[in-house]
Design a protein around this ligand. Structure first.
Ligand code: SF4
Length: 143
């Protein structure tokens, strides 16, 4: 998930807390990209694009059918030389793009553990900002 995150590429209405989220120091990350230690969930298209560019072996399908990136030496296999090798690709995982602020699927607040981002551990005020983002569960999504 490394590289700068501003989370303002989507447009939100004035007053929505997502419009004023601070940038995180993602590149170079002072926390050794702690968020990249777990791998990430991928859409089928993202997994296929990674395999098309990098060959087999970097992504796998879990028992419950979800694609994820593999972990090697305690970091996502796509994290190399201090950065994410696919950050500028069109198939950069949507989950990484939203983390740690928003959930790629719902568009609302990222509901899982945001303290895997070391900056959230160092600056507790970020937790308050993140918790002010509306929950995705509260959105009525149109088809
Ligand atoms: S740990 Fe936090 S600051 Fe570092 S790359 Fe990940 S999201 Fe950015």
């Amino acid at each position: 998930m490394n590289q700068e995150k501003v989370a303002t590429t989507q447009s939100y209405s004035i007053g929505d807390p997502r419009t004023n989220l601070p940038a995180l120091p993602c590149y170079p990350c002072p926390h050794n990209a702690s968020c990249c230690a777990y791998g990430v969930s991928l859409s089928d298209a993202e997994a296929a694009a990674i395999e098309a560019d990098f060959g087999p072996g970097l992504v796998y399908r879990t028992r419950w059918g979800e694609f994820r990136t593999r972990i090697r030496q305690k970091r996502c296999v796509l994290f190399r030389d201090g950065g994410c090798t696919i950050h500028d690709k069109p198939y950069y995982p949507a989950v990484c793009g939203g983390f740690p602020w928003t959930d790629a699927e719902t568009g609302g607040r990222y509901e899982y553990d945001v303290t895997i981002c070391g900056e959230f551990v160092a600056r507790s005020e970020l937790l308050q900002l993140q918790r002010a983002i509306p929950s995705g569960k509260s959105f009525v999504r149109s088809a």
